[in-house]
Design a protein around this ligand. Sequence first.
Ligand code: RIB
Ligand code: CA
Length: 311
Amino acid sequence: MAMTPMPSIVLDCDPGHDDAFALIVAAKFTNLLGVTTVAGNAPLELTTRNARIILDLCGSSAPLHSGANGPLVQPPVFADYVHGKSGMDGAVLPEPSRPADSTQAIDFIIDTVRAHDDVWLVPTGPLTNISLALTRAPDLARRIKGISLMGGGRVGNRTPTAEFNIWLDPEAAATVFMSGVPITMAGLHLTHEFQASPERIVMVEHSHATLGPLLAGLLRFFSGTYVNRHFGFVGAAMHDVCSVLALTHPWLFTTSQKWVGVDLHGNHTRGMTVIDDRQLVDRPIANTTMLETIDADAGFAAIVEAVRACP
Ligand code: RIB
Ligand code: CA
């Protein structure tokens, strides 16, 4: 059976433990044209440092460019209560081999989309960089193959209605969802089904002589904060990996076609992704492929395969 070509992607991230595993899976299963970083889980300096460390560990030579150090409108807020002060606590990590290749993530995204056909943008943090690229270069919306993002959902986490990535920069998210670019959305109702259980962490731990224990340490820290802060969780939700797997392993998911908008002004709903689930024939045209379910065991097997492929 002819292998389908690997998707060409730019991964825009805020590592962050789950971003780190999204990077490792992307390095294995995609044509990773580049990585851009944004402030989110941690300040930009740390998310960029963490991205370089992970690229080093998985032996990727993908270019790395840092981007926005805060949201378009509201002041930055970080998630050290989930990811720790470094943004990726839980293991003794090597020093990064070198800094980012530039601080010009927006220009890198624009130039890469203009230079290559069928590029997917895969944002796994706040959508600030993506929004700035779409605004600075309106021609991108016609060239981008799609945006496979982690964000939003039918439930919130930072607030009862808003998920962190969208909540931190709702103006950027609104621009992205209204851009006309095809969206694939990994929302919390999906990503909460993809948890790093103790058994799955052991699988990662045994998947690579040197990286396995290090990555298992990251997952145990990340899962510790999740299990302590939630009822009914057995491990951390591996949110961001879903946005990569949606492109590399689409058969793991069920999906639906939905219209999605982003609320900006509600007292209790600012940053909420409003999903039109109505069964009406006459409803807004869908702008989003909504990931609804995942084969979590197979998804974790893909993570293990990607870790095993590291040098
Ligand atoms: O709400 C989960 C999202 O926020 C994930 O992308 C996680 O890495 C954090 O950025
Ligand atoms: Ca993230």
